[in-house]
Ligand binder design. Structure first.
Ligand code: RB5
Length: 125
């Protein structure tokens, strides 16, 4: 499965952590950044990921910002995108079962690494 991933500065650490897991688990990962803690505008990254998923260039997308809200608002502006902001595994799973969500959004300032990993794994399976 090909996964496109992106974050702003506030989601960088979690994005890198999740990317490491995906690579180890043999997912094909395209990372659109950001790559440094320097402040950036989250829509620049959210739109890149959302457009790739909408265009079928990737099977799924994962976006991370501080709260997850900015990225989910941006991604859902793109036609064909169903981005789900998940703070727990239940909502993540429901977003696949009932909404066919094609982008998972996480908030680094809200969700710890361990829980984010479980959410992502639940969402992908
Ligand atoms: C950036 O400081 C922060 O506002 C952004 O990552 C996000 O939380 C927006 O939803």
């Amino acid at each position: 499965m090909k996964i496109v991933i992106g974050s702003d500065h506030a989601g960088l650490e979690l994005k890198e952590y999740l990317k490491g897991i995906l690579v180890r688990e043999n997912y094909e990962v395209i990372d659109y950044g950001t790559d440094s803690p320097q402040s950036v505008d989250y829509p620049d990254y959210g739109f890149k990921v959302a457009r790739d998923v909408a265009a079928g260039k990737a099977d799924r997308g994962i976006l991370v910002c501080g709260t997850g809200m900015g990225m989910s608002i941006v991604a859902n502006k793109v036609k064909g995108i169903r981005a789900a902001l998940a703070y727990d595994t239940y909502t993540a799973v429901q977003s696949r079962k009932h909404l066919d969500a094609n982008i998972l959004v996480l908030g680094e300032r809200v969700t710890g690494k361990g829980l984010a990993e479980e959410i992502m794994k639940a969402w992908l399976s």
